[in-house]
Design a binder for this molecule. Structure first.
Ligand code: EPZ
Length: 432
């Protein structure tokens, strides 16, 4: 039993012990997309009929969303990667702060609650380590649909304005293509009276997945995946049986695991066009990419530096900026990485520097001079994706690393160490 001093020194903090210099071979299995599954679970609030969602990843964020639905009186049953949801007894219009404050996606419930019950009270999602993450667009969109919205004491209260019994279709132009705002307005407008148009909509695959499921539930949505979405409101929606798309960010992380360890591996299932910008950057830095059925094979060559700037989809995804930087830290030559989506998503730079990376940070632009090899070190992931970057860097570093920040990692990566160990990594989860 560790003594108090040992524990206080943090030796027993949950962490991954990762052997470096590893090479991988075989196939890495991709789970369902976290950022799709979360919003599909929220969309279940739009109907009183049973909804079955398949290929749901086993993640702490999903656990959190289940708790939120249960707190609202929704019936939820999980069976491995299948979730059965029935919101016929939806009565709670207020989400409890202690359940929502760590899970930003829970704010998106405001759309279906307004559409279904005519009111909602949701704690304002605070910012997080990567940025302020306002919900201005979400509120603008709901107001355009006829909601009366106030924000007081950290609580967003929404109700139908005046004598309205139903939200009303509207023409909405977003200032920025917010993923969550697009999803929130999509769900609210699906049950509104009349037709709505969203201009400057987010085009992410997760938005498309939501629209596809809503249409299977009886919604009339066209244009999802493009900048303009048209929603013809209907009176009610039915249940359906739906399968979540593969997680493009997990898939991209796995491709980078192959690249950084100079290993030929297969990653499946993947929808290749969900990763076009990432596949292009992997080719540009010296990897051969082969599409094989539902999977992608990566064959790394000599890794050379490339420049990348994060953009809304279909541009390079911000969620793979940190993992990709781990690869560029050992590329031949110089790379310039610019983060344009979030104001503070460079926490992994300091940790990579501790592993010997040569990076100069100027605001949200990192200039990376590749080094031959990183050296193992104890490092901490400050958010979900920087934790993934630490795992990737440790796989290729010289020596044995210790990666803390598993509370972040487990939010977005299902059984990461067991998946990597199956293809040759040597990772031990300790202290949990
Ligand atoms: C979704 O967050 C994802 N989360 C994020 O993934 C992802 O990074 C992000 O989209 C961008 O792709 C989920 O889907 C649960 P946004 P979301 O609203 O909807 C600014 C991960 O690692 N903005 O498109 O919150 C905002 O500040 C997570 O899996 C405004 O300025 O993203 C941010 O800088 C992290 N005003 C940018 O837009 C607004 O009203 C993108 O935000 C709304 C957003």
């Amino acid at each position: 039993m560790p003594n108090v001093a040992t524990i206080s020194r943090g030796i027993y903090k949950p962490h991954l012990q990762i052997e470096g210099n590893c090479s991988l071979s075989g196939e890495l299995k991709v789970s369902g997309a976290k950022n799709s599954a979360l919003v599909l679970m929220i969309a279940s609030l739009l109907t009183e009929e049973p909804l079955i969602i398949n290929n749901v990843p086993n993640l702490t964020d999903i656990d959190g969303m289940v708790d939120i639905l249960l707190a609202m009186g929704v019936k939820v049953k999980r069976n491995l990667d299948q979730i059965n949801i029935k919101a016929d007894n939806l009565h709670h219009v207020e989400l409890p702060y202690e359940l929502v404050h760590g899970l930003r996606a829970s704010f998106f419930c405001i759309g279906p609650l307004l559409a279904r019950l005519g009111k909602a009270k949701i704690p304002l999602p605070g910012g997080c380590r990567i940025g302020a993450r306002p919900v201005i667009e979400h509120i603008r969109g709901l107001k355009a649909l006829g909601a009366f919205v106030t924000v007081e004491h950290g609580l967003v209260s929404a109700s139908l304005a005046g004598s309205n019994k139903r939200l009303k279709g509207a023409h909405i132009v977003f200032d920025c293509p917010s993923v969550g705002a697009t999803e929130t307005v999509l769900m609210a407008a699906a049950l509104a009276e009349g037709t709505s148009t969203i201009e400057n909509a987010a085009q992410e695959p997760e938005v498309q997945d939501l629209a596809k499921m809503l249409n299977q539930m009886g919604a009339k949505i066209s244009g999802a995946g493009g900048p303009q979405i048209i929603i013809e409101g209907v009176k009610n929606l039915q249940g359906c049986n739906y399968k979540v798309i593969p997680d493009r960010i997990e898939a991209g992380t796995f491709l980078l695991a192959g690249a950084i360890t100079h290993s030929k591996i297969k990653v499946a299932p993947v929808i290749p066009h969900h990763l076009s910008a990432v596949l292009q950057k992997l080719r540009d830095c010296g990897c051969t990419i082969q599409i094989e059925g539902e999977g992608i094979i990566i064959i790394p060559g000599e890794i050379t530096g490339v420049d990348l700037t994060t953009q809304p989809f279909p541009g390079f995804p911000t969620d793979l900026q940190a993992p990709f930087m781990a690869l560029l830290a050992i590329a031949n030559g110089t790379s310039i990485v610019t983060e344009k989506i979030y104001e503070n998503r460079m926490q992994h730079v300091a940790e990579l520097q501790r592993m010997g990376a040569s990076i100069r940070l100027q605001g949200n632009t990192a200039v990376i001079e590749g080094v031959p090899q990183l050296s193992a070190a104890p490092v901490v992931g400050g958010d979900l994706r920087s934790s993934a970057a630490m795992v990737l860097a440790s796989l290729s570093a010289k020596g044995t690393s210790r990666v803390e920040g598993l509370n972040h990692l487990d939010r977005g990566y299902e059984n990461l160490e067991s998946k990597l160990n199956k293809v040759g990594a040597n990772i031990l989860r300790k202290g949990s």
